[in-house]
Design a protein around this ligand. Structure first.
Ligand SMILES: *Cc1c(COP(=O)(O)O)cnc(C)c1O
Length: 478
C-alpha cells in the first residue's frame, strides 16, 4: 500500500505507470468481436472484474508486469471468467461419499417416474388447486392426502415445506402459549441448527423438560401435567444414540397417558420410513404406520430422508387434529409447490408395491444394495482407470462402511466397497480438492492418506463419467 505521509518516490511512479497501462472498460469492449457470446451485462461484469483485479493487484504491491496488461493476456483472463459466469451455479456432482441421504448433496435423488411427472406438471397447466369434479377451487393437499392415509393408516394428512416447518406448524396450532412436555433425552439438534427447544420457542409453545438425559419414566410426564399442558411430544432421536443405563417411555404408554388427560400426543419422527427396513438387513426403526397404529394423534416426518422423495414435511394423524392444523393461516406461508407435490405423489404411488419401491426409489435401492453389486461396480471403475493412472496413483478396491445419512440410523453399518486412490505426486488433500473442481465434481472422502470413492452412492450409469473425470484430472489419456 502507499506509504502515507512519506514523499512519493520512484516506487509510486512505477505504480502510476502500471495503472495507466490498464485499458478503460470501453476500450476493452472494443476489442471483443462476435466470438464473444453472452448477455451484455455479464460481459461488462467480466471486463470490469478483470480490470479491477489488475488494479487491486498493482495497488497491493503484488508483482504485475506491463506485459500482463497486454490485450492477448487480458483477453484470456476475460474469456475464462466469462465462461465461468455463463455456466450454471447449480450443477450435478458425483456422490462417492457413501452417505446415501447426503443433506449437503441434495439428500434423496428422485426416481425416474417422479422426474417424468415433474416434467409434465412443470410444462403444462394442471389441476393443482382445481377440483375437476365440481369446477370449483380445490386444495393442493387433496392430491396426496388420500395416498398418505392409505400408506400410513392415518385419518388425515397435509404436507408443508419440510419437517422443520411441519413441527413448527403443529406446535403453533396445538400448543401456542401453552406447555409441551418432552423428555430431556429427546432435545435433539439436527444439522443446520434445527433444535427442538429453539423451534418450540419460535412457535410460542413453552417447553417442559422432564426426566434425565439417559432415563425418563412415565411418572415424570405425569407429574409435569398441569392446566397449562397442551400436548405430550416425543422426538425421534434420529442422529444419536444414548447407550448404557437408559430408559424412554414406550409410545403406547405415552398415548395412554395422553388419553387419560385428554392431551394430544405428537411424535416428530424425523426420517419416517414407510417400509420396515429391518427386513432388508437394516436396524429396526419404527415405521410411520406403526407409530400411527400406536394411537399417536399427530406424526411429522421428512419427505426426502428415508422416504426417498422431494423435500417436504409430512403431517399425518387424527382428522380432528389435522383439521386444526390445516386451518392455521401459517400453513399458507409453508405450503409446498407443484413440483414437490408432483414428485411426492409419484414416489408415494411406488410404495403400493414394496418390491417396486425398493427397486425404483434410489434412496431405498442404495440402502438395501447387496455388497456384491457394489463390488462389481467398484471393479468396473478399477478396470477403467488402474492401468491409465499407474504413473499417478496406486488404485485398489477396498472394503468400507457407508452411512445412511440425513441424521438417520447413526450407528448402522452398511458394508460397502470403495475405489481407493493413493496419489504419488501430490498430497491426498490436493487430490480431494482438485476433484471437486473438475467439470462434474467428484465428492469422496479421505481415509488413511487415500482418497476413497464409495461406490454405493455412484449410480451404474455414472461409472464411465467418473472414470473420465479421474483420467481428465490426472491428465491421463482418456
Ligand atoms: C431431520 C429432522 C428434522 C428436520 O427435518 P427437515 O425435513 O430437514 O426439515 C426434524 N426432526 C427430526 C427428528 C429430524 O430427524
Amino acid at each position: 500500500m502507499t506509504d502515507q505521509g512519506k514523499p512519493e518516490g520512484n516506487h509510486s511512479a512505477a505504480i502510476q505507470n502500471l495503472l495507466r497501462a490498464i485499458p478503460k472498460v470501453d476500450e476493452f469492449l472494443g476489442w471483443l468481436d462476435d466470438t464473444t457470446q453472452g448477455p451484455l451485462v455479464l460481459i461488462k461484469d467480466a471486463v470490469r472484474e478483470v480490470l479491477a483485479a489488475k488494479r487491486e493487484a498493482i495497488l497491493a504491491g503484488h508483482s504485475v508486469k506491463k506485459s500482463d496488461l497486454l490485450r492477448p493476456e487480458l483477453l484470456v483472463e476475460f474469456n475464462n471468467l466469462l465462461s465461468r459466469k455463463l455456466s450454471p451455479n447449480f450443477i450435478s456432482v458425483i456422490n462417492a461419499t457413501g452417505v446415501v441421504v447426503h443433506t449437503n448433496l441434495g439428500r434423496s435423488i428422485l426416481p425416474a417416474e417422479a422426474m417424468a411427472w415433474l416434467q409434465r406438471v412443470g410444462s403444462r397447466y394442471s389441476n393443482l388447486e382445481f377440483d375437476l369434479a365440481t369446477g370449483q377451487r380445490g386444495s393442493r393437499y387433496s392430491l396426496v392426502e388420500k395416498l398418505l392415509c392409505e400408506l400410513t393408516g392415518a385419518e388425515a394428512a397435509l404436507v408443508v415445506n419440510n419437517n422443520a416447518a411441519a413441527v413448527m406448524l403443529a406446535l403453533d396450532t396445538l400448543a401456542k402459549g401453552r406447555e409441551v412436555i418432552v423428555s430431556r433425552g429427546q432435545l435433539v439438534e439436527i444439522g443446520g441448527s434445527f433444535r427442538i427447544p429453539d423451534v418450540m420457542e419460535k412457535s410460542g409453545a413453552r417447553l417442559v423438560e422432564v426426566g434425565a438425559t439417559n432415563r425418563t419414566h412415565l411418572r415424570d410426564y405425569e407429574k409435569a401435567i398441569t392446566e397449562q399442558t397442551a400436548m405430550l411430544l416425543k422426538v425421534h432421536t434420529s442422529n444419536f444414540k444414548i447407550i448404557g443405563f437408559t430408559s424412554e417411555v414406550e409410545l403406547a404408554q405415552l398415548v395412554a397417558l395422553g388419553e387419560r388427560h385428554g392431551l394430544p400426543v405428537m411424535e416428530d419422527l424425523g426420517s419416517g420410513s414407510l417400509i420396515d427396513l429391518s427386513k432388508y438387513g437394516l436396524q429396526k426403526e419404527p415405521t410411520v404406520s406403526e407409530v400411527v397404529k400406536a394411537g399417536v394423534d399427530i406424526v411429522t416426518f421428512s419427505g426426502d430422508k428415508l422416504l426417498g422423495g422431494p423435500q417436504a414435511g409430512l403431517i399425518i394423524g387424527k382428522r380432528r387434529i389435522i383439521d386444526q392444523v390445516k386451518r392455521n393461516p401459517m400453513n399458507r406461508a409453508l405450503r409446498i409447490d407443484k413440483f414437490t407435490l408432483a414428485g411426492l405423489e409419484a414416489v408415494l404411488r411406488l410404495y403400493f408395491d414394496e418390491e417396486v419401491a425398493l427397486h425404483a426409489i434410489p434412496t431405498l435401492a442404495m440402502l438395501t444394495m447387496p455388497p456384491e453389486v457394489i463390488d462389481r461396480r467398484a471393479k468396473r471403475l478399477l478396470g477403467r482407470v488402474k492401468k491409465k493412472l499407474a504413473d499417478y496413483c496406486a488404485v485398489s478396491v477396498i472394503s468400507v462402511d457407508s452411512r445412511v445419512g440425513g441424521g438417520a440410523m447413526p450407528d448402522q453399518s452398511l458394508p460397502s466397497r470403495a475405489v481407493s486412490l493413493h496419489p504419488f505426486n501430490m498430497t491426498v488433500n490436493d487430490l480431494e480438492s482438485g476433484l471437486r473442481k473438475v467439470k462434474v465434481p467428484v465428492i469422496g472422502r479421505i481415509e488413511d492418506d487415500c482418497f476413497l470413492l464409495d461406490m454405493r452412492t455412484v449410480a451404474d450409469d455414472e461409472v464411465s463419467l467418473l472414470s473420465s473425470c479421474l483420467l481428465e484430472f490426472f491428465g491421463a489419456d482418456v
